[in-house]
Structures are given as structure tokens and as C-alpha cells.
Ligand binder design. Structure first.
Ligand code: NAD
Length: 262
């Protein structure tokens, strides 16, 4: 029970395939108290709330459009009030226009598409961190989810890779500036997992196949492996770790990478 008495705000659950859902399952199994901030999207939002009420009974579910700073502030404050403070927050939010995450990067990007992807997928981590800081206990831990496309140019990932690079740099700068408040900030770089967000990326099944062939462990990862790694980063077992990007990708990142011909 490495998360006993830890009060965590989880963002980014859309359905039971969401990596954030797996994080919540791992955190609950380790004794954490949870609150959720979910994107208010008409009918789909109702489904998400129903799933969370069923799987995590009693956990507050707050609506929060991460494009809006007031909504972030309100959700974080409501979660902290409901839980009596916060010991951690998971940021698991990303968005880009579908046409900008398929095909050639420069052919499918424009100023608005670039700004949108960077705003929702990168800036929101900083916005949540700023909102959470006054509520965080000493030793508080902020975690976000990133992908190898931040470090390498990969087919189709395009502006999302640019956004993830900004997200990873944000992790380092947040860790640097919030360290004096005894707050840690880290990222988990997850291998590909079939989720709603992943479905938008061109040739996703090809990516899964190549990871299975080339990763040192000769397999893809599962969402629960991301959940367990994030649980570790929320826990005091990782108290000496900040500003880090931990790869949970069956070791794929150490290999030569993707081969478009395969
Ligand atoms: P997902 O579709 O289940 O989650 C994405 C979440 O982002 C959704 O819950 C959605 O509601 C939320 N979101 C998007 N725009 C929002 C907004 N304006 N306000 C509030 N929430 C918003 O997919 P996922 O794969 O679980 O994605 C979670 C995170 O994990 C993302 O940052 C993604 O880039 C990252 N990641 C995913 C993979 C993968 O292969 N699935 C790999 C590495 C990193």
C-alpha cells in the first residue's frame, strides 16, 4: 500500500481504455484517495462519469475543460476541498486536429493547429501545476504522460511530437521551479497502447507491430504497467526523483527505432 493517505487528482479519463483509468486503478489498489477532473463533452461525458462512479465509488468527478484556466482552477480547488488537500496530480490530456497527426508534418500543419496542440497537450500541464501548488502537501508529486515522439521524429506523430517535447521541457522547468516548495514533477513516457487518443494517430497498428518486433522485451506494454509506474512516482518510494522522464515502453526507446518500410 504505497499510496496510503495520498490524495490524488486524476485528469484524462475518457473510458476504461484511458491510461488515466489504469493509473486510477493502480493508485486505488495502493490505498490512494481519488478525485477526477474529466472533459465535459456532451453524451460521452455522461458515460465517463458513469464509469467512474461505478469503478471508483465515492470519488468526486469534476468537469473541466482544460482549454479554460478558470475551469482548471475551479476543478483543482474543488478536488482539494473534497479530499482535504492534495498530494499529487496526474495530467493525462492531449489533443491535436486529426489531420495534423497523419502524413507529412509540414504538409498538414498550420498556425492554428500548432497552437491548439501545444495549448491542450503541453500548456495544460503547467496550468494544472500552477493551480495545484497552493493545495499540495510537502513531498507532493505531479506526473504527466508523454511519448517517444518528443525525442525522435516518428511517422505521423507530427505536431503531437512537438507538443510532447514542450511538455517534457515543462516537466523539467516545473521541477526546477517547484522544487523549493518540495514538489516533484515527472513524466512517464508510455509505449503505444490502443486508446481513443491513439486511434487518431495514423498507422497506429503498424507502430504496435514494430514495437513488438523491436523492443528488448519483444512485446507491447499494457496500460496497467503505466498505472503502476505512475503509482510509484506518486509514492514516497520515488522521493528522490524529480524532472525525470521514465520510459515504460518495454525498452523500445533504446533501439534504433521505427522503420517505415516494415
Ligand atoms: P484517452 O483518449 O483515453 O485520453 C486523452 C484524454 O485527454 C481524454 O480523457 C480527453 O477527455 C482528454 N482531453 C483532451 N482535450 C481535453 C480538454 N480540452 N480538456 C480536458 N481534457 C481533455 O487516451 P490516452 O492514450 O489514455 O491519453 C492520455 C495521455 O497519454 C495523453 O497525454 C497521451 O498523449 C498520452 N500517451 C498515450 C499513449 C498511447 O499510446 N495511448 C502513449 C504515450 C502517451
Amino acid at each position: 500500500m504505497i499510496l496510503q493517505k495520498k490524495r490524488l487528482l486524476i485528469t484524462g479519463v475518457r473510458n476504461r481504455r484511458s491510461l488515466a483509468h489504469a493509473v486510477a486503478v493502480s493508485a486505488l489498489a495502493q490505498g490512494a484517495q481519488l478525485a477526477f477532473a474529466v472533459q465535459p463533452v456532451d453524451k460521452a461525458h455522461d458515460k465517463t462519469t458513469a464509469i467512474l462512479n461505478e469503478d471508483f465509488p465515492g470519488a468526486p468527478v469534476l468537469q473541466c475543460d482544460a482549454a479554460n484556466d478558470d475551469a482548471i482552477e475551479a476543478a483543482v480547488t474543488a478536488a482539494a476541498t473534497a479530499l482535504g488537500g492534495l498530494d499529487g496530480l496526474l495530467h493525462a490530456i492531449a489533443f491535436a486536429n486529426r489531420e495534423s497527426i497523419s502524413g507529412g508534418y509540414h504538409e498538414h500543419i498550420d498556425r492554428d493547429g500548432f497552437a491548439l496542440a501545444l495549448d491542450i497537450s503541453a500548456y495544460t500541464m503547467t496550468a494544472f501545476a500552477k493551480a495545484a501548488l497552493p493545495h499540495l502537501s510537502a513531498g507532493g508529486s505531479l506526473v504527466t504522460l508523454t511519448y517517444l515522439g518528443a525525442e525522435r521524429a516518428l511517422p505521423n506523430y507530427n505536431v503531437m511530437g512537438v507538443a510532447k517535447a514542450a511538455l517534457e521541457a515543462s516537466v523539467r522547468y516545473l521541477a526546477f521551479s517547484m522544487g523549493k516548495d518540495n514538489v516533484r514533477v515527472n513524466a512517464v513516457s508510455a509505449g503505444p497502447v490502443k486508446t481513443l487518443a491513439a486511434a487518431g494517430i495514423g498507422d497506429f497498428s503498424k507502430i504496435l507491430k514494430q514495437v513488438q518486433q523491436q523492443a528488448p522485451l519483444k512485446r507491447n506494454i499494457s496500460a496497467d504497467e503505466v498505472g503502476d509506474a505512475v503509482a510509484f512516482l506518486f509514492s514516497d518510494l520515488s522521493r528522490g526523483i524529480s524532472g525525470e522522464v521514465v520510459h515504460v515502453d518495454a525498452g523500445f526507446h533504446i533501439t534504433a527505432g521505427f522503420n517505415e518500410e516494415q
